[in-house]
Design a binder for this molecule. Structure first.
Ligand SMILES: Nc1ncnc2c1ncn2[C@@H]1O[C@H](COP(=O)(O)OP(=O)(O)OP(=O)(O)O)[C@@H](O)[C@H]1O
Length: 369
């Protein structure tokens, strides 16, 4: 069966500097060979630190910007080959919601006008029936129909995000890109919006690309996860497999930062020190090597391929087979686990060596029960 969305080898380099004659002299390698698929009715989470290229991937998928190389296929059709009219029809099927709904909702329009606009634009519902459809959309996102007459500033952040979701749903899309949809919301509201998204997915069969820097949020919504670092995917797997046993050192570091409810079950915290290298001048070889606790010489020169096992769990690391199992990172006595200690000592010139190399592996002592 064909996936709803197939992204293959996407590349986007932005010009960062030009010579006096206007010739490009430097590029930001924002997206550098990204491939993934999204199944109908499922959620793929794109996770990584700020600047790793998540938003650029989103814009490429929606064809808001043109890729330098690679393809995006939606229901088997290459978006690069679509006419302007076909692209308009595609946009009906693929919507986006943003982190800050206030910025994306026109403050001079009532909710009714905001939700009616896409209905008129795509000629979906005849004018006399639009009011009814607007009320239906509001109910779908848990808002009262009487709110239709109000303006965006009259709502709370969570309610505004519900309106943005309703607007995306107005055109009955198959795919919604959720770009950090709960990052700007109060923690108490986040789970309500995540529950709403999950509920809508179950009822309407929606697929999501869920863009986030926060693995803790992703855990509640993703079927599959793709971890991005500096323009490339370093690990991709079913969510359950990735959270149970992350293979790439970068995924492990991100995962170790998630707070856990039971202190006694806390994982060893892997703190990556130093700035993320710039996409303007990415490191040679493995792009994570300057911050990796397990770096060896080969990592500095050779780009590791993203190799998948039979279960579709792929990691781009020369050393995945040798790394200790993630469970072994959990310290037994508050110090380094013996396996991690040995590895650090053997490969990085001891823990001091690792620190000199800009990497600090600190392991949090589990609290007394
Ligand atoms: N139009 C542009 N021109 C030049 N550089 C750009 C442009 N858009 C993005 N970039 C650069 O590309 C890289 C990836 O940016 P992108 O916004 O995709 O990352 P991100 O992971 O979504 O980060 P954030 O979460 O902060 O939005 C960054 O280094 C960014 O500065």
């Amino acid at each position: 069966m064909t996936a709803l969305l197939e992204v293959d080898g996407l590349v986007k380099h932005f010009v960062a500097a030009r010579s006096v004659f206007g010739r490009p002299t430097a590029y930001v390698k924002a997206v550098d060979g990204v491939s993934f698929t999204v199944e109908a009715g499922k959620t793929l989470a794109l996770v990584g630190e700020s600047g790793c290229g998540k938003s650029t991937v989103s814009r490429l998928v929606l064809r808001l910007i043109e890729p330098d190389a690679g393809s995006v296929r939606f229901e088997g059709r290459d978006l690069g080959t679509l006419s302007a009219n076909e692209l308009r029809a595609f946009r009906r099927h693929a919507q986006i919601i943003f982190q800050d709904p206030y910025a994306s909702l026109n403050p001079r329009m009532t909710v009714s006008q905001i939700l009616s606009e896409p209905l008129a634009l795509h000629d979906l519902v005849p004018a006399p029936r639009r009011r009814e459809r607007v009320e239906q959309l509001l109910r779908l996102v848990g808002l009262e129909p009487r709110f239709a007459r109000r303006y965006p500033h009259e709502f709370s952040g969570g309610q505004r995000q519900r309106i943005a979701i309703a607007r995306a749903l107005a055109v009955e899309p198959k795919l919604i890109i959720c770009d950090e949809p709960v990052s700007a919301l109060d923690v108490s509201i986040r789970s309500q919006i995540l529950n709403l998204l999950r509920d809508l997915q179950n009822r309407l069969g929606l697929a999501y690309i869920f863009v986030s820097h926060d693995l803790a949020v992703v855990k509640h919504i993703a079927d599959r996860v793709a971890v991005m670092n500096l323009g490339g995917i370093v690990e991709t797997a079913d969510a359950a497999a990735l959270f149970a046993a992350p293979r790439h050192p970068y995924s492990r570091a991100l995962l170790s930062a998630i707070p856990v409810p039971k202190p006694q079950a806390r994982r060893g915290r892997i703190v990556l020190e130093g700035e993320m290298p710039s996409a303007l001048n990415p490191p040679s070889g493995c792009r994570f090597h300057t911050r990796c606790p397990y770096v060896i010489e080969r990592c500095r020169t050779e780009i590791p391929p993203l190799l998948a096992d039979g279960a579709g769990h792929a990691a781009a690391c020369h050393r995945t087979a040798e790394l200790p199992s993630p469970g072994a990172i959990v310290p037994a006595d508050g110090g380094f686990s013996p396996v991690l200690e040995k590895l650090v000592a053997a490969f990085s010139g001891g823990t001091e060596g690792a620190r000199r190399g800009g990497v600090d592996i600190s392991v949090t002592r589990p609290s007394a029960v």
